[in-house]
Design a protein around this ligand. Structure first.
Ligand code: NAD
Ligand code: WQD
Length: 346
């Protein structure tokens, strides 16, 4: 048997990172996690081991720590590629603390891009977001759509990071890059051993919804029913987190097999299906049998009216496609919420 190829996953104890570590291990990769635990818990490493039977290497380390990252690359010799999830991601907080967001999200990437050639790391998969499209002029949105002015410092860090990667490659850096623009990741691993751990009052729809359904919150507020959409509520493309994790595995394989047509490639990672907030609420009730209270309230500042992906490029070029039904995805989110209750976490 050939030696396992080693992959660094920054932010690997976080929501999307932990699911991706599982899929990388299932695909035969040797994983090193770097996370400063600013938005996750070290026990996630145990949970990953429960799912796969393999314990990933874990370093509690801040990506802002250049010397620490340098030493980590030396310690885990032979890292072939990086998946860079580590970032701060709360949109509202980024408006209050822009410099925290710019420092954390920009300097972490800059450190990696400087250290990769030094340590012979071939490529990077970067967590970008559909937020770079703002309100697209045409739907479904393709990767060719123009980048719109960011609505928040958080969104701006994604745009700037994409540019930093392009400029670095243009300057002659030997690295390969794949930018994955995620739509709205939801759900949890079907084992309910890993999932999303919201910090405080959830800002995102699904954690707020499942917390309401279990009785932690009284009512879900639907932010607006007067949008120019069929039922008046906003439309998003909700992508199952395990499907999303698998997109990273195919991106890594593409980098390592040197299959890229260009040194920087960008892919939408979504289902291609837009669902309104009200449709999602009804789908949740139908697929879990659980009813809960909701009310229509005013619009939330900064919300995009409607966005969903054209994922054809990822389908054709990466050979990746979202597979899990929305019903199974919503059931997984509910199962995870029940598990948090069972474990006395929430
Ligand atoms: P998350 O907060 O669960 O995971 C991020 C992890 O990075 C956390 O475990 C955190 O502790 C860690 N981290 C943060 N700063 C760090 C630093 N300086 N050094 C080391 N570790 C650090 O978030 P997530 O939802 O899993 O998101 C992962 C990535 O995907 C982020 O870059 C996010 O911006 C991006 N993204 C997320 C979504 C979404 O809706 N969840 C959508 C599009 C893009
Ligand atoms: C989804 C829909 C809300 C909560 C954000 C970031 C984006 C991205 C993912 C990373 C919207 C509605 C929500 C509630 C509601 N992250 N809603 N009641 O806003 O699409 O995207 O997270 O890059 O950058 O902006 O996701 O889950 O907050 O909202 O009605 O209590 O649910 O208005 O239509 P969003 P979300």
């Amino acid at each position: 048997m050939s030696m396992k190829e080693r992959i660094l996953v920054t932010g690997g104890t976080g929501y999307i990172g932990s699911h991706t570590v599982v899929e990388l291990q299932n695909a035969g990769y040797d994983v090193v996690i770097v996370d400063n635990l600013s938005n996750s818990n070290a026990s996630v490493v145990d949970q990953i081991e429960k799912v796969t039977g393999i314990r990933p290497a874990f370093e509690k380390l801040d990506c802002l720590d250049y010397a620490g990252m340098d030493a980590m690359f030396a310690k885990y010799a032979g890292i072939k590629a990086v998946i860079h999830f580590a970032a701060s991601k709360a949109v509202g907080e980024s408006v209050q603390k822009p410099l925290l967001y710019y420092r954390n999200n920009l300097v972490s990437l800059i450190n990696l891009l400087e250290l990769m050639p030094k340590h012979g790391v071939q490529g990077i998969v970067f967590s970008s977001s559909c937020t770079v499209y703002g309100q697209p002029d045409e739907l479904p949105v393709t990767e060719a759509a123009p980048i719109k002015k960011a609505e928040s410092p958080y969104g701006n860090t994604k745009q700037i990071n994409e540019e930093i990667i392009r400029d670095t490659v243009t300057s002659g850096s030997p690295i390969q890059a794949i930018l994955l623009r995620y739509f709205n990741p939801i759900g949890a691993h079907p084992t309910a051993l890993i999932g999303e751990l919201p910090n405080g009052v959830p800002q995102n729809l699904i954690p707020y919804l499942t917390q309401t359904a279990i009785g932690i919150r009284e009512k879900l507020s639907v932010f607006g029913d007067d949008y120019n959409t069929p039922d008046g509520s906003c439309i998003r493309d909700y992508i199952n987190v395990v499907d999303l994790a698998k997109a990273h595995v195919v991106a890594i394989r593409r980098i390592l097999e040197k299959k890229q047509a260009e040194q920087v490639e960008v892919f939408n990672i979504g289902t291609g299906r837009g669902l309104s907030v009200l449709e999602l609420i009804h789908l949740f009730e139908e697929s879990t049998g659980v009813k809960f209270n909701y009310q229509i309230v005013g619009r939330r500042a900064g919300d995009i009216e409607q966005v969903w992906a054209n994922p054809e490029r990822a389908n054709k070029v990466l050979g990746w496609k979202a597979e899990t039904s929305i019903e199974d995805t919503l059931r997984s989110a509910w199962k995870w919420q029940l598990k948090l209750r069972e474990d006395g976490i929430q």
